[in-house]
Structures are given as C-alpha cells and as structure tokens.
Write a protein that binds this ligand. Sequence first.
Ligand code: UTP
Length: 414
Amino acid sequence: MFSGTVTQSDIDAAKKLLKEHNQEHLLKYADELKPEELSKLITQINNIDWAFNDRSGNKNHNSGTIEPMDAHLLDAIKDNYDNYTFIGLEAIKAGKLCLLLLAGGQGTRLGYDKPKGSFNMGINKDLFIFQLLIEHTLDVVRLADTWIHLYIMTSDINHEATTAFFKEHNYFGYNSDYIHFFIQELNPTTDLDGKILMSSKCSIAMSPNGNGGWFSSMNKAGLLDDIINSDLEWINVFAVDNVLQRIADPVFLGATIANNKMCGAKVISKNAPDEKVGAICLENGKPHIIEYYELSDEMKNQTNPDGSLAYGFGVILNYLFPIHRLKETLNVKMPLHIVKKSIPHIDDSGHLVEPDSPNGLKYETLALDLIHEMDDCLVFEVERSREFAPVKNKTGIDSVESARELLVKNGYDL
Ligand code: UTP
C-alpha cells in the first residue's frame, strides 16, 4: 500500500513495474497530474494484482468429456413437496442455513450508475430490487420463525451506496444484526489487446473481479472462520438481479439434503438453444456449468432422442453450497473468464469515450465454477414463469420491462 507524497523513486519503481508488465502507458500523463492525483495513481498501480490475467495455472475448463446431466424435474419435486419442505424448514430452524447476496457487479448492461439493487421496479410506488429480495427472504423467516444470517457482497465501487441505501430504508424490515456486508476485490480492465484502460488521466478503469471470488473475499474479510466454526452447514448463494427468485427456499434445501447431494443448483428449462444462461452438464463425470458465451453452436443445438435440448437446463445463479467444503476450495485456482464489455475510458488524446458496444475486456472468476469442485449436485428445476425474472437490460429480453411483466403476472402491484 502506498499513499502520501510521491518521490522520484516511487515514480521510478512504478515505471519499472509497468515496464515488466508492458503497461507503461499508465504513467503517460504523470507530468500533468497534481501531486495528490499522481499519488492516487501510483497507489492504484502498486495495488494491482498482476495475476488478474494470468491464465498459466488455470485448469483448462470445458476441455474434458462433456455430457448432459439429469435434473430433478418439476413433477418429481411436486410429488415430494411436503417432505422436502419439512426437511428444509427443520434445517433452517436449527440455524443450518445462511445466505449470500452477490451484489458486487456493475450492472453495465442496465446502464444504471447506482447499485443495481437500488433500482426501483415500481411504477406507481417504490418497489426496489433489494426490497423484493428482502421480502422474499422474510417469507421464509416468518415460516421458520427464525432470523437467517444474510451476507451481502459489494465492491469498492458500490459499497457505500449499498450500505447507505439499506440503512436509509431501515433494512426493509430485516433484522440488521443478521445482515453482514463485505467487499470484493477489483481487477483492471483492458482493451482487446490487453492494454490496461484508464478512466481518467489519474485513474485506472477497474471492475469487480467476478462473482467467483466471494469465498476468498469472505475469508479476507474475516467472516469465513466464523461461519465454519458455527452451526451453519449450508450457504444459499444468489444474484441480485432475479427479482422473482425464492431465497432460503425450504423445498430446495430439503431436496438437496434428502437426495444426499453435496450441493444444489436451481435451473430452468431453456426457452431457446441460445438463451443467455449457463448450461449445466457433466465434465469428466463431475457437475459443471458452461457459460452461454462459451457454449459451442453444436452443443447449443444438440438434442436428446425425444427432441428436447441435451444441454437444455440453464442455471439462474441460485446455489446451495456445503460450508464444510468451502475451506477446501480456498486454494483452488478458479478458471478465468474473459468477458467483452463496453468500458468507458480515456482515448490516446486523453478524452473520455463512452462506447455503446464492447470495446474491452473484464477479467472475472465465476461462482458457477465452484460447482465443479463438488462431487455431485442436485439439478433442481424451477418454473421459469414463477422464479426467473432477471433484470439485466433496460428493455427487451431479461429487462426491467420483462421482469415487471412477470412481477405483475405473479400478483405484484407495481
Ligand atoms: P452479472 O454477470 O449479470 O454481471 O452478475 P453484472 O456486473 O451485475 O452486470 P453486467 O454484466 O455488467 O451487465 C450476476 C450476479 O453476480 C454479481 C452481480 O451483482 C449479480 O448479482 N456479481 C457480478 C458480483 O457480485 N461481482 C462481480 O464481480 C460480478
């Protein structure tokens, strides 16, 4: 960590570091900067985790023998509904379940510069995304008659705004003693040739390092040990942007326990071969998820003998993980996913550019890769019209518009 007055030797050391990584352009405007701006930039340079684009040690994902994976289908779940609900509720009452809301993303597709969870889905009244998620959780809190610990991952970019929003809204009725925020790490972004982008002459364009880093960020925040040493056995990890999802779902938890599975993944039956959801499958006999942008055309269209899609179950980013296994995965090098995104940056002449199509790369690890570290997984089908309303874009598919329609269909008054 470096801060304060910049000396010539600090500048020389930063230049040397950048030369080693072929990123010398980051100090291009150094002579124009005020001392405090230069100090900020050099601190940022010194804090770069240069492993951000290190692919050398990565397990070669999607390269083994890939096969379709069976799911626990809606009808079978319905047949066991009461039994699963009972088992799940008993586990929740016994304090075995905690929750993790992944809210560190930037939501670039939505084009909303505040935390995505603070977006208002209401039309004639306020109905914020965070509020909906808390209300879904409160349904189970009431049913089980016990508070459930809720961890919320933010990033440096949205932490203050997120915590202030919750406070301002009095945690939407949740017991704040049971809400725990922690911050994930950031990675630099680059152009398509791997050159780090700058958001201004004195700052690097950083972005959250993906939702796969949650367990190591929790560990760094000193939370993991507390969890591992408690009665907690399960963690339900979920995304901020599915406004219809069931959280702390006793049926899902009960089914995962009753079927003796190490973890669980909620899935929907894909509505088209190219729907933008990760496909669950087996890789070398172990559960595995292939992101939509990494699925080949051949696999997208492959069918079973009955005509259904072979890779037709998509994950909705709602998982159950066993806490005792998390610590063992801490040293696992997660595969790196490089995603093309539209990244605001300054151009060669120092002017800010706000591209409307992907111009650069973000470097992320993904929560879905944790599934691969588990021996088996309950692929738990949910009804898409009742549990899947993602808010990714402003309009069109997976948008504010489509999610509002689904909320109304599910009886919400907006
Ligand atoms: P997305 O993959 O949709 O990414 O996140 P995003 O950053 O929110 O949105 P776009 O792609 O820029 O439009 C899925 C979930 O993972 C969380 C998000 O907050 C969301 O709940 N996430 C994503 C993180 O917590 N950290 C990250 O670094 C990335």
